[in-house]
Each structure stands twice: as structure tokens, then as C-alpha cells.
Ligand binder design. Structure first.
Ligand SMILES: [Zn+2]
Length: 68
């Protein structure tokens, strides 16, 4: 399942656009209304888009192996 998210389009949701609570898949915590965050949309699977805390999305990228 890793990696849907390696090939996803991201957009930043401005605080004023965040009018619902979302569950961040990075930390399994809520993203409250009014908090700017990211939405990630896997290519070819727009139904699977998820909202992430900006920090969680960034951290997720960092966890990738630097080399292998
Ligand atoms: Zn999070």
C-alpha cells in the first residue's frame, strides 16, 4: 500500500477553505476546520484523495529511503 502517495498531486488548502474536519492518514488525528493543510490526490484515483497536515505530509516524504 505504500505507494499510492508516491505519485500524487498535492494542493494546499487555505485556512478559509477548510470548513470541515478531516482525518489525517499520517497521524490519524483530526484536521480541524480553519487549519491550512494539504490535500493529496493519487493520480488516476481521485476518489482516494486524503487531507493531510502539512507537517505529516512533509514527514512522510522524509521517511523515504535516501538510497537503496
Ligand atoms: Zn497529521
Amino acid at each position: 500500500m505504500s505507494d499510492l502517495w508516491d505519485d500524487a498531486e498535492t494542493r494546499f488548502i487555505q485556512p478559509y477553505q477548510a470548513n470541515k474536519t478531516y482525518l489525517c492518514p499520517g497521524c490519524n488525528r483530526d484536521i480541524p476546520p480553519g487549519l491550512g493543510h494539504m490535500v493529496a490526490i493519487p493520480y488516476g484515483a481521485a476518489d482516494l484523495r486524503r487531507h493531510w497536515h502539512r507537517a505529516c505530509w512533509t514527514e512522510r516524504g522524509r521517511r523515504r529511503p535516501m538510497s537503496s
